[in-house]
Design a binder for this molecule. Structure first.
Ligand SMILES: O=P(O)(O)OC[C@@H](O)[C@@H](O)c1c[nH]c2ccccc12
Length: 264
């Protein structure tokens, strides 16, 4: 576990939030601006999406942002260029999210080396098969001190969840339901059962819940049964090209209102 990630999950009793954004969106050179604004805001972990033309679980909002980013000219070389000053911008844990094919095409070793160079903490590759991870990826990730994040859904078997837990990832990404990103939330007894069931498994890896969170109520609810919430689509939707930093600040304050005790 890298120090940065460890530090976040040691803070018990604090609501935690991961924000996903697509690199190179709304404009190619906005990656750094978004990172700076997220660093200033009350965000715990940053998830940077590599735009990809053939995504698996992305809903319409993330898909459109990826399309736009690709049209803007985003690619992996560009991303690593933009991240060259990452550790001058933020001390927060940063994960890169994408698909295995992105990494394989670039070259797994070269990709991981670049991640380590710029100070990325880990990777979220939703289509990563467990056996491929163990065989091909794990030794390289370990060499470059990168944490992997596996996803689980309400349908994942207990056996698989235990296996994921044993891999000691940065955290476990709990997909809140079995659909695509950007879905609706609403009260769901099934989801609550799922959160409680996994909570009761006493896993050693921290868990964060994503898919469909778009307000403070949902973020608080998942924080009661896990180590935090992940938001992508609602964040992307809230971005205002003409006032990027302001729109990010307002969004995070809406999602995670400053607690009254902390107010001056
Ligand atoms: O957009 P939502 O519903 O807030 O969910 C987060 C999600 O967008 C982000 O983590 C993500 C973007 N693309 C993905 C693909 C698979 C899993 C997760 C993701």
């Amino acid at each position: 576990m890298t120090k940065r990630i460890e530090h976040i999950f040691q803070q018990k009793g604090k609501e935690k939030l991961t924000i996903y954004f697509t690199a190179g969106y709304p404009n190619l050179e906005d990656t750094g601006t978004v990172l700076k604004a997220l660093d200033k805001a009350d965000v715990d972990i940053i998830e940077i999406g590599m735009p990809y033309s053939d995504p698996l679980a992305d809903g319409p909002v993330i898909q459109q942002s990826s399309m736009k980013a690709l049209e803007n000219g985003m690619n992996l070389n560009k991303l690593f260029e933009q991240l060259a000053d990452l550790r001058k911008i933020t001390d927060k844990p940063v994960f890169i999210m994408g698909y295995c094919n992105n990494v394989l095409k670039y070259g797994t070793e070269k990709f991981c080396q670049k991640c380590a160079e710029v100070g990325v903490d880990g990777l979220i590759l939703p289509d990563m098969p467990m056996h491929e991870f163990k065989l091909q990826f794990k030794p390289i990730f370990e060499k470059y001190n990168l944490k992997n994040v596996f996803l689980i859904t309400p349908k994942t078997s207990e056996e698989r969840i235990r296996e994921v837990d044993a891999q000691e990832g940065g955290f476990i990404y709990m997909v809140s339901s079995s659909s695509t990103t950007g879905g609706s939330w609403g009260d769901s007894p099934e989801r609550l059962d799922y959160l409680k069931r996994i909570q009761a498994m006493n896993l050693k890896t921290p868990r964060m819940v994503g898919f469909g969170i778009s307000d403070h109520e949902a973020l608080s609810m998942v924080n009661q049964h896990s180590d935090g919430g992940i938001i992508g689509s609602a964040f992307i939707k809230a971005l205002d090209e003409d006032d990027l930093e302001g729109s990010i600040e307002r969004f995070v304050e809406m999602i995670k209102p400053p607690s009254p005790q902390k107010a001056p």
